[in-house]
Design a binder for this molecule. Structure first.
Ligand SMILES: Cc1cc2nc3c(=O)[nH]c(=O)nc-3n(C[C@H](O)[C@H](O)[C@H](O)COP(=O)(O)OP(=O)(O)OC[C@H]3O[C@@H](n4cnc5c(N)ncnc54)[C@H](O)[C@@H]3O)c2cc1C
Length: 375
């Protein structure tokens, strides 16, 4: 054996499976200059066992079982709890799945903000704990040690719902190495994940603007800039699901901007700050191995009647028999639809978006002239 050769930065999705699988903790996840995490192998302690290469979803993709590309079923679905649906990005199906898991005594893993507004994967086994997971956070999340934790729970016979990007689900499955009866793996159709460094910089900039205008906030800003950030909503639906707003509360001030006018959201949707591997994602088209895939059911009115009240509708793709059993048991408004009709309005299921031609310049310059890149 030789020292591991992990994927290039163009191919690595940063799921962290390699680092978490190493029994000797020889691989740490470290940030590059764009702010994305990549594995670093500490060769002085590496035992050259090769396990990290065996679980890597990027290296495994060549040998992955080809997927026929079609889920078993596709549904339009809406969570009947209006409060939950309002806090969710689409139709709130994630919370239905997670509540069902918590009621059965299982554990739910999802992405939440930490105290410094980083997006991190964490876990809960209570219904109250699910609120932190609700809503999309358009930043790449850190998986930390959650694959290890999920495996321990599964080995102990607990049921686990793990929600993540398609590449994170592929990484988790590689890490686990075998199917577990107790695992429900759920991903979503993914446009790509923006840089955590750009996110942190954007928030600090908003905090600085506030502190400049409110001298009483200067000391707090100086001590800990992000303590001024009180609330973040990437998908506020007060003015409707289709024209969702990015809402930020900085201390006493509430910023509220329709998504396509907000600079952070524009950078994301213009593909200027996505992880390099997102531009040629290997986990597209249903190949992640998830049981269920969630998405926004854009243009639902063209596919099925009675589901377009602008409160948010989920597209639910049921990929496995286990997914079908779980989704069947959910009490919600749902109607089966023709997969091809539904998916034609959601390009990101199968296709990766090319990088914006200004991507390199953006990462060199965004601290000086963020807004000029995204007009
Ligand atoms: C980065 C990103 C890109 C997306 N791109 C598309 C797209 O192109 N087309 C589309 O139809 N849908 C996309 N989605 C999915 C969509 O926004 C909804 O998350 C999904 O439809 C589920 O909505 P919901 O109403 O059922 O539940 P919600 O409550 O909105 O679901 C939130 C779930 O997503 C998880 N989550 C949130 N942020 C992250 C994150 N950064 N990393 C990993 N998991 C996260 C939470 O843990 C929770 O389980 C994207 C989501 C993200 C996070």
């Amino acid at each position: 054996m030789a020292y591991p050769v992990l994927p290039t930065s163009e191919a690595c999705c940063g799921c962290g499976a390699c680092s978490q699988v190493c029994r000797w903790d020889c691989i740490s996840m470290e940030r590059d200059k764009e702010g994305f995490l990549y594995p670093k192998v500490h060769t002085e302690v590496c035992k050259e066992c090769g396990l990290c290469m065996r679980v890597c979803p990027s290296l495994k993709k060549e040998t992955a079982k080809p997927h026929n590309g079609t889920p078993l079923h596709a549904f339009a679905a809406i969570n009947p709890d209006e409060c939950v649906r309002r806090e969710s990005s689409s139709g709130g199906v994630f919370t239905l799945l997670a509540e069902q898991m918590a009621e059965k005594g299982g554990v739910v893993f999802g992405a939440a903000f930490d105290k410094d507004w980083n997006v991190v994967h964490t876990r809960t086994d209570s219904k109250e704990g699910l609120r932190a997971f609700r809503g999309s956070k358009y930043v790449q999340s850190e998986t930390g040690q959650t694959f290890r934790e999920a495996k321990e729970l599964l080995e102990a016979g607990r049921e686990v719902l793990f929600v993540g990007t398609p590449c994170q689900i592929m990484g988790l499955r590689g890490f686990l190495g075998k199917p577990y009866e107790g695992l429900l793996a759920v991903d979503f159709i993914c446009h790509g994940v923006p840089s955590p460094a750009v996110w942190q910089w954007y928030l600090k900039r908003q905090a600085r603007h506030y502190a400049k205008e409110h001298w009483t906030a200067w000391l707090r800003y100086w001590l800990r800039p992000l303590s001024l950030i009180r609330r973040v909503e990437f998908r506020n639906k007060e003015k409707g699901w289709k024209q969702y707003h990015f809402v930020l509360r900085v201390s006493q001030a509430r910023q509220d901007m329709v998504y396509h006018k907000n600079p952070y959201m524009r950078a994301f949707l213009k593909d200027v700050d996505l992880r390099p591997s997102c531009h040629h994602c290997f986990a597209k088209g249903g190949s992640s191995g998830s049981d269920i895939t969630l998405a926004d059911f854009w243009n639902v009115h063209r596919v099925v009647d009675g589901f377009d009240d602008d409160g948010g509708t989920s597209l639910v793709l049921v990929n496995t028999e286990r997914g079908a059993r779980v989704f069947d048991a959910l009490e919600c408004r749902k109607q089966e639809v023709v997969f091809q009709d539904a998916i034609q309005y959601n390009r990101a299921w199968a296709a990766s978006y090319p990088a914006n031609p200004d991507r390199c310049t953006f990462f060199e310059e965004y601290r000086n002239c963020f807004d000029s890149f995204i007009t």
